[in-house]
Design a protein around this ligand. Structure first.
Ligand SMILES: [Zn+2]
Length: 312
């Protein structure tokens, strides 16, 4: 066997070429070719795998970025909803606050009106009581009772209310108006006595009217005396409190009992001519703090009040 391989190449014009290759070279070159082919095969398989993986990653990436965009969108929506909710709540609170402020203002206006009303009422009552000579001492209210005397300062609602209450208590106890509507036949003061014709002091007001006419209490109070005497005839004394007492003499008949509570305007007896009397009339007396006072002022102030209220 030869160590060489002869390769003969022939052309069309009978030209031939001959190559002589050593077998070892051929073997080596075949081996090299095989190795190269194998390497190419491996690399191409790896390339395919890589490309496959790459495309998988790409799709993952697309999915993730999609999700990310969606979440961004959701976040934005959530944020917007939250903002809307917060601003809605804010405006609701603001509205409530405005409403409360308005209500408070309305209350204040009402309170001011009420205070103005109380002031004018207390002025009216004050003027009435002044006219009949009654002085009202408005002391500190119940909160301060037992402690040192604290004068009322300022015109707070409580103070005004308390002042008006005090006035009303005084007014309730003040005898106002006549016990009977009739003719005044004898006034309060010095006079010549109609029976013995000597100078005397007449401590009350005589009002003439028919026998049996209803005699009314001129203020709220409690019956202190119900009785008969040779001088007074059938008579009643009523204690009104606040220093006031009233007496009604010469009645035909008394219609109340000692200790009985009476209201202003309530009938306490019937007009008559009993006791030291020269005709049918009621002798009406007002005692203030232990002394008789002129009842005329009290009778007239009632007429004034009645006129002011639009009655005849
Ligand atoms: Zn008299």
């Amino acid at each position: 066997m030869s160590d060489k391989l002869h390769i003969i190449l022939t052309g069309e014009q009978d030209s031939t070429r001959t190559f002589a290759l050593p077998k070892s070279v051929l073997k080596t070159s075949l081996l090299v070719s095989f190795v190269v082919i194998v390497l190419l095969l491996i690399s191409s398989i790896a390339g395919i795998n890589f490309a496959r993986e790459n495309s998988g990653m790409e799709s993952s990436l697309t999915r993730i970025s999609g999700e990310l965009a969606a979440s961004k969108l959701w976040n934005a929506e959530f944020k917007e909803r939250l903002t809307r909710e917060v601003s809605a709540r804010e405006s609701r609170l603001q509205n409530r606050l405005t409403r409360l402020i308005k209500q408070n203002d309305a209350k204040e206006v009402m309170l001011n009106k009420a205070m103005a009303g109380l002031k004018s009422r207390s002025k009216t009552i004050d003027s009435i009581l002044r006219a009949v000579g009654v002085k009202i001492k408005v002391k500190s209210n119940a909160k301060n009772s037992g402690g040192p005397f604290i004068p009322l300062v300022g015109n707070t609602y409580e103070n005004l209310t308390f002042k008006v209450d005090s006035y009303l208590d005084a007014l309730q106890a003040t005898p106002l108006g006549p016990p009977v509507w009739g003719t005044i036949t004898s006034k309060y003061g010095p006079r010549i006595d109609p029976i013995n014709h000597k100078p005397a002091f007449h401590a009350g007001l005589d009002i003439r009217q028919k026998v049996g006419t209803h005699i009314m209490s001129t203020a709220d109070g409690v019956v202190q005396v119900q009785g008969f005497s040779r001088f007074n005839g059938n008579y009643v004394v009523i204690n009104h409190g606040q220093g006031f007492k009233t007496m009604y003499l010469h009645m035909e008949k008394t219609l109340v009992k000692k200790g009985q509570k009476v209201k202003r305007g309530q009938t306490i007896g019937l007009l008559g001519n009993t006791g030291r009397s020269t005709g049918a009339h009621v002798h009406y007396e007002i005692i203030y703090k232990g002394r008789t006072v002129n009842p005329l002022r009290f009778v007239r102030i009632a007429q004034y009040v009645r006129k002011r209220k639009g009655r005849s």
